[in-house]
Design a protein around this ligand. Structure first.
Ligand SMILES: Cc1ncc(COP(=O)(O)O)c(C=O)c1O
Length: 466
């Protein structure tokens, strides 16, 4: 197994293969509800234990199980409701409108937006709006210019919609190189992108400069605030110095901000804000000539669960300003301790750029960072591995703010660096797939592996899977 990384990765997808019944067809008779609940509870308990220890980067933004239970109760009241049917569920209009209003107020917007099913949907929907806006002015070969670090969901959306995605390199500080972006903009460019903050390194791009570029070329600018949108405003209110990145910047025409990340809502919600209704209108779809009726749809989804809207709304209310500020305070203290601990105490590592709440670090010399990751994994830590350049990041969330976590992490990191130094030259286990990146042959192999893993994620456990 260990000699075949693909078999190992796929094997890890099915830990329950021989511990539970694998259903390959609908059971002939109903399974007892108590038994179903017990089986799910067993899996949930094991899987939550890891995240609850505070040793996981990102992933769990809130970590408070009372909060989750409360949101679950709210979800329960509307889980079955289809918010398309506003005559039946006018509460959906209240929830959705108020989620948009609260997000917009936080980001100094104009109150115009939509709620989507997540960050990727917000980003892809924004691309669609810009494509339609540009089509109206005669753009036929649309392209978008983004720094390489802007989220890959944009590449997915561009791929789906026949938009060319142009990747600008980074400046020496790892933020977007605006001059390089300017060189890539032409008369078919429909929008430029910046992140606040980006997934890879947690850095805020020079939004004011990118927005000025957009304005000078008469195009829109989307800021991907999926990750930082519900955190950075509180960090700023706490007195930390941050560059402007939201609608206070002229030229920013849309922003995505995920309520299911630092908004502490349940998974499945994000807000896409627009500076004006004219841009939002491009994502609306109306079809008056369908036998099924006059069709109006604001975005990608058809039926949507009222449970997501209700529980997202409830999450914002139940956390409140003081809750968000307290959470941001803890996150910033932990992130600062880790950033400074690496910078001041581990010369073998280099913190990438000047991060706020997500700390990315790479080897300062010839250390294999994936060997560092191997040792961290062995000690129960789960970082996000990066490539180009090889690095790891720790996205600080509330579970990581528990007393002692930052100190324990720095100690583990010291040990992991010692391990990587001692095992220099040996192949790393955790970085095997990422290690292929960079050469054309390697990428072809990686893509083949990725497709096989995606296939495996949509199949039942193979016989004798563990
Ligand atoms: C900066 C950024 N943008 C977009 C996304 C995509 O969000 P989602 O996973 O909700 O689709 C992420 C996810 O981590 C992100 O960090």
């Amino acid at each position: 197994m260990a000699d075949d990384p693909l078999a190992a990765i796929i094997g890890d997808l099915y830990p329950y293969g021989d511990k539970t019944t694998t259903y390959r067809s609908v059971p002939a008779e109903p399974v007892d509800r108590a038994a179903i609940l017990a089986e799910i509870a067993g899996m949930a308990q094991v899987e939550d234990e890891r995240g609850d220890k505070g040793t996981v980067s990102g992933s769990l933004y809130c970590g408070d199980h009372d909060h989750y239970h409360f949101l679950g109760r709210v979800f329960d009241l509307y889980s079955h409701a289809n918010v398309l049917q506003r005559d039946m569920y006018p509460s959906a209009t209240k929830f959705e409108g108020e989620i948009i209003a609260m997000t917009s107020e936080l980001l100094h917007g104009t109150g115009v937006g939509v709620v989507t099913g997540g960050g990727s949907e917000s980003l892809i929907t924004a691309l669609y709006s810009y494509r339609e806006q540009a089509r109206a002015r005669g753009v036929t070969r649309p392209n978008v210019v983004k720094p390489v670090t802007a989220h890959v969901a944009l590449d997915k959306g561009a791929h789906w919609m026949g938009i060319e995605m142009r990747h600008a390199p980074l400046a020496a500080d790892y933020r977007a190189d605006v001059a390089a972006m300017a060189d890539l903009v032409d008369d078919q460019t429909i929008a430029v992108i910046g992140s606040a903050a980006n997934y890879a390194h947690g850095l805020i791009d020079p939004i004011e400069e990118i927005a000025a570029l957009a304005q000078s070329r008469g195009i829109g600018m989307h800021v991907d605030g999926c990750l930082g949108g519900w955190l950075l405003p509180w960090v700023e209110r706490l007195g930390y110095e941050l560059p402007l990145w939201d609608f206070r910047v002229p030229g920013v025409t849309s922003i995505s901000a995920d309520t299911h990340k630092y908004g502490y809502g349940l998974k499945g919600s994000s807000v896409l804000l627009y500076r004006d209704k004219a841009l939002r209108k491009h994502q609306y779809f109306t079809f008056p000539d369908w036998p099924g009726g006059l069709y109006i749809s604001p975005g990608f989804a058809g039926s949507r669960s009222g449970g997501i809207l209700a529980s997202t709304w409830a999450a914002l209310l139940a956390t409140g300003e003081s809750g968000y500020l307290a959470a941001a305070d803890g996150i910033m203290k932990t992130a600062t301790a880790i950033r400074d601990g690496i910078r001041g105490g581990i010369p073998e590592l280099e913190v990438i750029g000047d991060p706020v709440f997500l700390i990315a670090f790479k080897a300062a010399g010839d250390l294999d960072i994936y060997l560092v990751n191997d040792a961290l994994i062995a000690q129960g830590w789960r970082m996000n591995p990066l490539q180009l350049p090889p690095a790891l990041h720790f996205c600080i969330t509330r579970p990581n703010t528990a007393p002692g976590v930052a100190e324990a992490f720095l100690e583990a990191l010291h040990g992991a660096v010692a391990y990587a130094t001692e095992h220099k030259g040996e192949p790393a286990k955790s970085g095997a797939v990422y290690g292929f990146g960079g050469t054309p042959q390697g990428n072809a192999l990686v893509e083949m592996v990725m497709v096989q893993v995606l296939d495996a994620m949509h199949e039942v456990a193979p016989e004798h899977s563990s």
